[in-house]
Ligand binder design. Structure first.
Ligand code: ADP
Ligand code: MG
Length: 683
């Protein structure tokens, strides 16, 4: 039987339906996924310490003989201890197992075992609690530690990986890295790398294996990004000849900030050039990205093309639709809306108008990406809040017209070095200036004992005509209970302190028509308090809302809190954000402190990175890049990144479409990494 990396994981011995569901929770569905499920760390069972010399409270491996069978002590219901002593000739160590009948049953007097754990005790005796135990024979090596999930522990994963490596033995020689690249960059084979990344022979082999896997990952990523970038070398089919900025400015109720004008003219200049525009606009929340998008769209449309604006949520799409209709209609532009939840008839009308060219600017959610959406002469695609969209979607959108201009807007501030990598295929403009007259949002973190005071504060401002957001507590077990809790929470508020005030409720499950009603009432100030889950997170713009109360603030990440807070401080009134949290844990406290101390999104992003580490940063897909599973760009893999980049450039110079047979495996890997990008193929 030939076994391939696509093989579903349930075909591996010991993995049934249930286990494969558990593996799926870890993102592992196929044998190939499992081989790429790299250990998050290692335990060194190879360096055995003597009981006498072992350092207190440091994890180590002891090799010793059990002096007796474990003795069982029932301490109370639910707590049974198993105790036995171990000797390695240097000293005796007492071992205690808690409730682990299974492990205890395997211990035989007179047999030799490896014990991995921390040695405790004092001058008189040495002990180890709940060590991991293996028969002395085969366990004396560096062992992988995997990320676990309920029901699936690292040992089981280890066994499964070992079986998987055996089953895929023949496949291991199918090396995606061409020999010449392996030689030039001194990289080991795939076979060596995969077996040693999971089961290192020694620490040197591990380093060699890791280097190769990191290189491979970054190399494939680079190839994918370079392919996206090659798009920008194609010719400009939507050339802008007229600069209509002056007409656009006359429509605006304000004058642009310097940063906005600079960015807008950068966009226009791009679009006048030989190649289509590929530009990222990075600007903190409230920096006025929408106006830049509107100006760019206006110009494109006045030059005879259509434009599309894609937003990550329906609320945001609808809001853009309303505000841009108001703004651009006066300029003779017809704006259309397309979202997933529109009635079919309405959708059909929009699609017809779009195809016939009657709609100049289409605003929508990812529904815009669907196959039935045909433009008449699409010249520009704008994606708002890019961090919600992947590189893949970007590519798909770009494929809609004949290479339309691309404008990507993001409020997620990314440190410069990382931005260059992640958006390597884009030019970058930064909106580093807020519209004039903005007052920084004052932020306070308080315990729940101050909740009532916070609510009185809200009340005071509402009585003065302002509005407020209250972000309700998060419930972790799924949407269903989220809904219940949001509803219940709003109920409590409206019966209590806010009796007689008009409250609106918004959460992920509110019907679109209802959402629309609530949102537009809030915009019109018919609703004073918007109680909401995080659906208001991105983009929503109501300048009269000046207070935000966030319950369970510790449950949110820094970046998310910053985004939420960005909903206020958008007008001429002083705004206040109150974070309610009883969290004691150090990291949570620090996070809230950071938020209280600055409004600067870039500073917050840096802190976020420090607190969470780059692994997490790359792991949570904020930036829409494929997951990096092993490379750690902030932790020292930057030189390898550069090497991988060089290698990718060299390879594409020789074989731009990876058509040569020795590059097939590589092309496949790229398709795999950029899943949907692959739909367009690699050529
Ligand atoms: P974001 O960058 O977060 O998307 P928006 O585009 O929603 O920001 O703009 C935030 C608010 O600032 C909006 O109410 C918008 O009308 C206003 N605004 C944008 N640019 C200016 C400007 N140059 N002068 C005054 N107000 C502006
Ligand atoms: Mg916005």
């Amino acid at each position: 039987m030939t076994v391939s990396t696509d093989m579903p994981i349930r075909f591996i011995k010991g993995v049934g339906e249930r286990r494969s569901e558990q593996f799926a929770r870890l993102g592992v569905n196929t044998a190939g996924d499992l081989l790429r499920f790299f250990p998050r760390g290692y335990e060194d069972w190879s360096a055995v310490m003597s009981i006498q010399e072992a350092l207190y409270h440091e994890a180590c491996c002891i090799k010793g003989t059990a002096l007796s069978k474990p003795v069982e002590y029932r301490v109370r219901k639910g707590l049974t201890l198993y105790k036995f002593s171990v000797s390695d000739g240097s000293a005796i160590m007492k071992v205690t197992l808690f409730n682990n009948k299974y492990a205890a049953a395997k211990i035989r007097a007179g047999e030799e075992y490896l014990f991995f754990g921390q040695v405790g005790g004092d001058f008189t005796h040495r002990e180890m609690s709940s060590p991991m135990i293996e028969p002395a024979g085969d366990g004396q090596r560096i062992r992988p530690i995997y990320r676990q999930t309920e029901g699936l522990n690292t040992r089981f994963i280890e066994t499964t990986v070992a079986r998987c490596l055996e089953m895929l033995d023949a496949e291991l020689d199918n090396d995606p890295l061409p020999l010449s690249i392996r030689q030039d960059y001194e990289l080991c084979t795939r076979r060596f790398a995969l077996s040693n990344i999971h089961f290192p022979v020694d620490s040197k082999a591990l380093a060699i294996a890791r280097k190769r896997m990191v290189f491979e990952e970054l190399f494939i990523l680079q190839l994918g990004l370079l392919r996206l970038k090659s798009r920008s070398r194609s010719s400009n089919t939507a050339i802008i000849t007229k600069d209509n900025t002056i007409d656009f400015l006359s429509l605006l109720p304000f004058s642009l900030t310097r940063a906005q004008s600079r960015t807008l003219s950068e966009c226009i200049k791009d679009m006048q050039g030989k190649h289509p525009m590929n530009r990222l606009v990075q600007g903190d929340v409230g920096s006025g990205k929408t106006a830049v998008a509107a100006g760019t769209a206006f110009t494109v449309i006045k030059n005879g093309f259509q434009a599309a604006l894609m937003a990550p949520t329906e609320i945001l799409a609808e809001q853009h639709f309303k505000s841009l209709t108001t703004l651009l209609e006066k300029g003779g532009i017809c704006v259309g809306l397309l979202t997933g939840s529109q009635p079919v008839a309405e959708k059909r009308k929009t699609l017809e108008a779009l195809a016939s060219g009657n709609i100049d600017l289409l605003i929508g959610t990812h529904a815009i990406l669907s196959d039935g959406v045909e433009f008449n002469r699409l010249g520009l695609v704008v994606t708002d809040e890019q961090h919600r969209f992947g590189v893949a979607q970007r590519a798909k959108l770009a494929a809609k017209g004949s290479n339309p201009h691309l404008l990507v807007m993001s409020a997620t501030p990314i440190p410069r070095t990382l931005a260059l990598i992640i958006y390597g295929d884009l030019d970058i403009s930064v909106l580093d200036e807020l519209p004039p007259g903005r007052l920084p949002v004052k932020t306070y973190a308080v315990g729940s004992d101050k909740r009532e005071r916070a609510f009185y504060y809200v009340k005071k401002h509402i009585d003065q005509g302002r509005q407020a957001y209250i972000v309700c507590p998060l419930v972790e077990n799924g949407e269903e209970s989220d809904l219940a809790s949001a509803t219940e929470y709003a109920e409590i508020l409206s019966q209590g302190l806010f009796k007689g005030y008009s409250l609106g409720l918004l959460h992920g499950r509110v019907k679109p028509s209802e959402k629309d009603r609530v949102m537009s009432s809030f915009v019109k100030n018919e609703i004073s308090i918007l109680v909401s889950t995080t659906v208001i997170e991105v983009g929503v713009d109501v300048p009269n809302a000046v207070i935000m109360v966030i319950e369970n603030a510790e449950r949110f990440g820094l970046a998310q809190l910053h985004q939420l807070r960005g909903r206020i401080g958008r007008g001429r009134y002083k705004s206040t954000c109150i974070l309610i949290s009883d969290a004691q844990n150090e990291e949570a406290v620090r996070r809230l402190k950071v938020l209280c101390s600055t409004n600067d999104g870039f500073k917050i992003a840096d802190e976020d990175l420090k607190l969470r580490g780059p692994g997490d940063f790359f792991g949570n897909r904020q930036h829409g890049l494929p997951d990096l599973k092993i490379a750690d760009l902030l932790g020292g893999d930057m030189p390898l990144f550069k090497a991988a980049q060089d290698a990718a450039r060299e390879l594409l110079a020789v074989d731009p479409f990876l058509k040569q047979p020795q590059h097939h495996a590589l092309a496949q890997e790229i398709n795999c990494l950029f899943e949907q990008v692959g739909e367009q193929g690699l050529n």
